[in-house]
Design a protein around this ligand. Structure first.
Ligand SMILES: Cc1ncc(COP(=O)(O)O)c(C=O)c1O
Length: 409
């Protein structure tokens, strides 16, 4: 099996050559990844050469508009959805907020929404607030010992057929266990409900094939996927055209404008085409040319995942063997994203400070995952230490982290 060429990979990220970062091991990727060179280049070019109202009939505006269209088309192709089914918003939190406003008007009396206590607040709070307007909110709870979200526990919540929407994460940003999205979506659809999947913690490890997962909505944040600070929303046409338009009334026939009430960030959308440039380069370097974007996506996903699993396992083994801390989520790297939260039983922030002094950049706190951490009995005052990796994290980075943890803990 082809393995990831780390020299090639790291060359695509200018941060690895920047003084002040080049000598550090980076473990705050789940907060925001480094941006890849094509994204930075496109963003810079847009601001220098195309920073005008896009789509107007002169060269700079035409090029800017075309680049925005290109970003949507190429990312949508990777995800197995239509270009019109992909839209950008300021963040995933803003995207769920807008979606919740749309569902608020679409739900009928007596209909319900399922939320989890495994989600980041972004895919939880906006839905729960609909409870104040009479929508019934049902909570699908995690196992407090493991953080596991058991699909069996969803069944009773769906039994009366009144649930219209099930909101859940592809994986949590603290538990990190990969949820069986296609299976959960099938259960929800069987019960007449739609699904909204928060993929923010999963997408950095490989863009999902949204069509294969079957979900009606899939959300993630480009700034954690080597791109600019944007939220990306995939919404299938059937649902998107059924929900009430949240944009300007005269844009209501255009699906990708229906859930973007503010003006879009032209430059960042255009720069997002750089994410596709990077994944294409990664693909072609390892496998040669392939015209089908979904096939390229699967290969790049598997390539990155294999690297991440191999690099993450020694850290999980090290943490699991210690009896002075609690590893959150599975100890098997293959079952989780390489986002590793640890309850130290003491304040975690000073430990991240001590690690920074040793060249390990990471952080501590609740990471807006207040509900799962509370459900698991973590003291929010102390918080968790989070060590998060992506495919560019090297085995040497992890060895350095383990040595630093040995000194600090
Ligand atoms: C799992 C998860 N969902 C949602 C969000 C919110 O994303 P955004 O910052 O784009 O609103 C985050 C941010 O950390 C996250 O980790």
């Amino acid at each position: 099996m082809t393995s990831l060429d780390m020299t090639f990979v790291r060359r695509q990220f200018p941060a690895f050559a920047v003084p002040g970062l080049a000598d550090k091991a980076f473990f705050e990727n789940a907060g925001g990844s480094y941006a890849c060179a094509p994204v930075i280049d496109r963003l810079t070019r847009f601001y220098r050469e195309r920073k005008v109202q896009p789509y107007a009939p002169y060269a700079a505006a035409t090029a800017g508009g075309a680049e925005m269209d290109e970003a949507r088309a190429r990312l949508a192709a990777y995800m197995g959805i239509g270009t019109h089914e992909l839209s950008f918003g300021p963040s995933t939190t803003a995207n769920t907020y807008v979606l919740a406003q749309a569902f608020r008007r679409a739900l009928l009396p007596g209909e319900a929404i399922v939320v989890t206590d495994q989600d980041h607040e972004a895919n939880s709070g906006p839905w729960r607030r609909l409870g104040e307007e009479g929508v019934e909110i049902r909570e699908w709870k995690i196992d407090p010992a493991t953080g596991h979200l058991d699909p069996e526990r969803l069944n009773p919540l769906l039994a009366d057929g009144r649930v219209r929407l099930v909101c859940f994460p592809h994986c949590s940003n603290v538990v990190a266990e990969i949820n069986p999205v296609a299976e959960i979506v099938a259960m929800a659809h069987e019960a007449g409900a739609m699904t909204c999947v928060d993929g923010v913690s999963y997408a950095p490890h490989g863009l999902p094939d949204v069509d294969a997962l079957g979900t009606d909505i899939y959300l993630f944040s480009a700034y954690k996927v080597f791109g600019p600070h944007q939220g990306i929303m995939a919404i299938r046409e059937g649902l998107g055209m059924h929900l009430p338009n949240q944009g300007h009334w005269f844009n209501g026939e255009t699906l990708y404008k229906r859930f973007t009430p503010g003006g879009p960030d032209h430059a960042q959308i255009a720069a997002s085409a750089g994410i596709a440039d990077y994944f294409d380069a990664l693909h072609d370097h390892h496998f040669g040319a392939e015209p089908d974007a979904r096939k390229r996506g699967v290969r790049v996903h598997d390539l990155m995942r294999a690297q991440e699993v191999a690099v993450c396992q020694p850290l999980l083994d090290y943490l699991n063997d210690r009896n002075d801390l609690r590893l959150i989520g599975p100890a098997d790297a293959a079952r989780r994203a390489p986002t590793v939260a640890v309850d130290l039983g003491r304040a975690a922030e000073p430990v991240s400070v001590a690690l920074a002094a040793r060249g390990i950049n990471c952080w501590a706190g609740d990471f807006f995952a207040v509900r799962p951490l509370t459900a698991m009995g973590v003291d929010l005052e102390k918080g968790v230490l989070r060590l998060s990796m992506v495919h560019y994290t090297s085995a040497e980075d992890v060895a350095r982290l383990i040595a630093a943890l040995d000194e600090v803990l």
